[in-house]
Design a binder for this molecule. Sequence first.
Ligand code: SAM
Ligand code: SF4
Length: 346
Amino acid sequence: MSHRIRLPDVSETLTSMPTSGPLVDTFGRIHTNLRISVTDRCNLRCTYCMPEDVVFLPRQELLTYEEITRFVRLLVPLGVTKLRLTGGEPLVRRDLDKLIAQLRQIPGIRDLSLTTNGILLAEQAECLYHAGLRRINISLDTLRPDVFRHLTRREGLERVLEGIRVARRLGFHPIKINAVSIRGVTEDEVIPLAQFAREHGLELRFIEYMPIGAGHWERSKVYFAEEILQQLQRTFGPLRPVLEGDGTTPAQEWEYPDGGRVGIIASVSRPFCHRCNRLRLTADGKLRYCLFALEETDIKSLLRGGASDDEIVLAVRQCVWAKWEGHQINTARFIKPTRTMHTIGG
Ligand code: SAM
Ligand code: SF4
């Protein structure tokens, strides 16, 4: 099924949709969190994310840093306080530190973070730190070069590990490690990754493999949260669930008997749609209310077509108001979006 692009009719106001106050949907969920993809390009080719023969967008399709900053400025008064830069691989976009510095200057942004595969981190970390970035997520599914090569279709494990070393030395905090868990591929990585994270003061989170990549996804390929937990408990002893925060973070945190934590994101076995507070802006300027959304709102056309701030805000409100209850990943009604992960922003 192809995506339905909503070309917002800015003259339209939907009955009962609030035109002031926070970004609320029809289920009462308030949206405070925006993920911004700065590019669909990448220097890896992870099998679970993109096809090997991927074709990237022409550069002129990408939002400029000025366009992204204008959009964020419009969303902050609507209650958006949390930003994450992602991609594709955000560090392949030139001068990312300039965007970070621009976003840091926007009053009201309380949390700015970056998700990276770590390949270019060692060389860019200092620049990013000076631009004001402190929170960083690094994707690392394995500590074995052969498994890394198999999963990413590229070399580079040593560069990622060096990126982690440099980020630690500079004082990034927290440094989170994201590890996708795929049955038959990453079970043997769970314990080594947990030990590595514990030794180096990194916050590890396992993420269930989701049907959003290029390859053929089947439920049977997901190595489930429950199984990861059992595996961890067999090695480290009983883990205690941590209850904290506002409940909007997708990871369930667990505490080791001797202290320290590990997170598990059960995106497939226990979706968290009912407390989702996220919006996603793709690199080509489409706003999505869900990772799995089948429709999107064309913000780029508005930004480049001379739309006023009010018109853009109205389009955002309409996008949020149209948000579905959830993606129904565990039902026969689930439809996999045509966009793959790297073109949305994980
Ligand atoms: N290139 C950066 C990276 O890999 O960290 C940022 C973009 S990547 C799409 C963001 C996150 O999505 C990564 O942690 C990656 O492992 C995760 N991801 C990609 N495809 C996935 C899938 N099918 N299921 C679960 N997580 C996935
Ligand atoms: Fe690139 Fe990240 Fe996708 Fe891997 S998961 S191919 S590193 S965008």
